[in-house]
Write a protein that binds this ligand. Sequence first.
Ligand code: GUN
Length: 292
Amino acid sequence: MNSSLAPARDIDGKAIAAQVLNEVRDEIAELARQALFPALAVILVGDDPASQVYVRNKLLRAEEVGIRSLEHRLPESTSQAELLQLIAELNADPAVNGILVQLPLPAYIEEHAVIQAIDPLKDVDGFHRENVGGLVHGAEVLTPCTPSGCMRLLQETCGDLRGKHAVVIGRSNIVGKPMATLLLQADCSVSVVHSRSVDAPALCRLADIVVAAVGRPQLIDASWLKPGAVVIDVGINRIETETGTRLVGDVDYASARTVASAITPVPGGVGPMTIAYLLKNTVIATQLQQSR
Ligand code: GUN
């Protein structure tokens, strides 16, 4: 049980994302006073249904806050050279401030080559090596959206993060590694637990903060948690149920909330934050481009 014996409170990602979007609107109004009108190009190759939903949501939210969105839907048959040509054109277009290539790409396209082709100052995903290196060095760069959103949720929930022990479960380039770096910058002690870790639950039980990003449905239950831990669940997994399918996180929510002090629900936790920080990154990209 958590220290108060009450179930964990939900961390309301929708409400905090709405706050971030309001900040973005204010920043866009300020840019407009300087005759700057941020535009975001989103490229989707192929017709993966989940990617189509993600891209549609990104474009809708962009328009809602006043960011012009440019959609580039390319057929599954698009060659790597054609995709690189489009990126070169968007890099060279001063009216485009952000470029996002939705992942995953078809297997025959090298993801790495595509990401490295994006102008680092337009790389709103923060995946380019220059931005990854800058993040590790503590420079002012574009940082990946999901980890940035998780940091905001933690700051709103815990206030000061200094000295807390954070355990990140998962070591992907998109979430786990940048998340660990951001937590370290916030003066947390950070452990990264992964598939080769010995006794992951025991390591996790040392954590004041747990960030789960492994893509394994409901892997983390109460037995992994220290009483009072704050839990951020990045997972979005669709599972079969007797009545159809349902979205669950990497955390077993019902079990974990008996021990945690605060937890993100799925959906409605991290998801809305990722889009909010994509739009914030588009504003930051527009600002950074003014000083080149
Ligand atoms: N696919 C799943 N997550 C992401 C993300 O954060 N950015 C991009 N570009 N594609 C994704």
